[in-house]
Design a protein around this ligand. Sequence first.
Ligand code: SF4
Length: 341
Amino acid sequence: MNFSRSLIEWYGHNKRDLPWRNTKDAYKIWISEIILQQTRVEFGLKYYFKFLQKFPTIYALSDAKENEVLKVWEGLGYYSRARNLHFTSKFIVDNLNGKFPNTYLEILSLKGIGTYTAAAISSFAFKLPFAVLDGNVIRLLSRYFGIKVPFDTSKGKKLFQQLSQELLNENIPDLHNQAIMEFGALICKPKLPKCDICHFNNLCYAHNYNLVKKLPIKQKKIKIKKKYINYLIIENNNFCFIKKRNEGIWRGLYEFPKIETEDSLFVPNSKNFSKYLKNKYSIIRFSDIILHKLSHQHIYAKFWHLQSDVNHLESCIKVRFNKLSNYPFPTLILNYLKHNF
Ligand code: SF4
C-alpha cells in the first residue's frame, strides 16, 4: 500500500473545510501557521479572521504599532509569535519589496519561522517538496512504524525528519502535508485514537503490539516552575495604574504593578504586605487565588484592590478603568478584567 496515496485519498473524503486551505497566498498561510502553533484549530480560527481583518496585507501589518498587533493577539498566548510576525513583516516590506520569499531556505531564514513552518509555507504556497513534521505527524509515524526512539532527542528528530521526507509525495507536497497532519489530528489522536476505523490498523505496529498508549516516546519531562504574583490594582477615583512589560514571555503587554513572593501569596495583615502598604494604600477587596497554567510554569495570582490618593507611580501609566480595554494584557489579567470590571 502506498502510504501517501492512502492518506491523500482519506483526506479527500474527510478534510475539514478551513479557510487557509483555499488560498495560495503565502502571507495568509504564514499567519495561519503561526496562529496554529500551540493552538487548537477551533480556537485559532477566530483569531485568523480577526487578524486578517485588521491586517489584510503584509503592508498593513508592517505599518501597525506593536500594541495593535498584541491587542489582536490578546488571549492567544505565546506572544513572541505576534512580535516575530510584526518584525518579519517589516523585514519583508523593507528588504524584499513586500514580496514573501519563495524558496525554502529564504523562508527558513525569517525570524520566527522554524523548519516546520518553512516546510508548510513552502509546500502550501509554492508546492515545494518539503515534508512537514509536527506533533501530529510524529505521533502517526511513531505508532504506525513502531518507532521507539524519543522524538525530542537529536537522533529522534533526524530519524522522524528523514522518514517524513521519504514518505512525501513530491508531485503534490501540499496535499500530502495537509493529509498527514489532518490524519494525525482527526484519527491518530493523542488520546483515544480511532483505531477501529483507521484504515492503517492492519499494518500499524502500535495497534498490533498494543503500544498505542506508549508511542510516541518523549525523553525530557518539562520542569514546571511555580510563581506567586500579587497584582496591585491601585485605585484612585476612576483611575488605576498599569505598566508595560519590557521582558519575558509577556514583553510588550501590560500588567498591574505587582509583588512576586517566594512560595506563597500575601494574606491581609501579613507583615511583609503591611510593610509595603504603609499608610499609602488601604485594602478594598482582594480576589481568591487564581491558578494560571502555562507550559513551563504555574502562576498563582491574587488581585488586590487598593485605595490610594497617589497620582504617580514610577514606570506606570495612569489609566481610566473604562479605557483599560485599549491595552493588550496577558490572558491571566484579561480574564480577571472581564469578570471584575
Ligand atoms: S491504528 Fe490507531 S495507532 Fe495505528 S495509525 Fe491508526 S489510529 Fe494510529
